[in-house]
Design a protein around this ligand. Structure first.
Ligand SMILES: *[C@@H]1O[C@H](CO)[C@@H](O)[C@H](O)[C@H]1NC(C)=O
Length: 237
């Protein structure tokens, strides 16, 4: 107690001398912890719930030569909490989508994806083992919007999915922090679309050019005609 008080004062003094930013209370804790070093506090295992092919933390812990900590998990007697959908990257060229997700804080035995279009029935993808965090959806239809959800399952059951068609969870359009998200597959004939847009723009430009040219010509060399042309509107006004 006395020692740590001394240490604290020393740290305070040091922070004043060095004119560093004032240390927040948690900085003190961290600095204090760093001095006795780790025998008292084991480090976290190298586990990332969003990393693809991530070995479950309990296995890492078993295999680790030094003690390490795992994030807490819910009971294996309960169905897993829903995973969190991450990035969904749609590839327009082949109408596929790469779907990423993060594991929930629950024991998981397998994952699968649910995919549906508009008010259609959800289609269930193949089962993926518990290390998987990324998969690819193929055979999507160009120009369509889909909802994709990740489901986690263990022996006690499967994670919940918001009601099919329940788009309330992503009302604002952005990906919600839930198991589901929306994606839109761009229309495939992109080249055709671009060509159509190009032709449209060219036509618009041409007609503008023609109009400008027409008025210019009338102003520059159509003086007598202009005089005549001017007359009727003047009368009209
Ligand atoms: C889980 O699935 C992935 C992808 O299919 C595979 O690479 C990996 O070896 C599998 N892991 C286990 C433990 O079965």
């Amino acid at each position: 107690m006395l020692r740590s008080l001394c240490l604290l004062r020393l740290l305070v003094a040091f922070s004043f001398i060095s004119r560093a930013q004032p240390l927040a209370p948690q900085d003190f804790e961290e600095e204090e912890d760093e001095i006795p070093r780790s025998p008292l506090r084991p480090v976290f295992c190298d586990y990332d719930r969003c990393r693809h092919l991530q070995v479950p933390c309990l296995e890492l812990q078993r295999a680790s030569p030094t003690a390490c900590l795992c994030p807490g998990l819910s009971s294996p007697a309960q169905p897993p909490a829903p995973p969190r959908l991450g990035e969904v990257r749609v590839a327009a060229e082949d109408s596929s989508a790469a779907v990423h997700w993060c594991a929930p804080s629950s024991p998981v035995h397998q994952y699968w994806l649910l995919l549906w279009e508009g008010s259609g029935a959800p289609q269930r993808g193949p089962a993926l083992n518990s290390t998987v965090r990324r998969t690819e959806l193929k055979g999507l239809k160009p120009g369509r919007a889909y909802v994709v959800c990740v489901v986690a399952a263990n022996e006690a059951g499967e994670s919940s999915v918001p009601e099919a068609g329940g788009e309330g969870s992503e009302g604002s359009g952005g990906p919600a922090f839930g198991p589901c998200g929306r994606m839109v597959v761009p229309p495939r004939p992109l080249t055709l679309l671009h060509a159509a847009l190009g032709v449209g723009a060219a036509l618009a430009l041409l007609s503008c050019g023609a109009l400008v040219w027409h008025f210019f010509l009338r102003q520059r060399c159509g003086c007598p005609r202009r005089a005549r042309a001017r007359a009727p509107p003047a009368e009209g006004l």
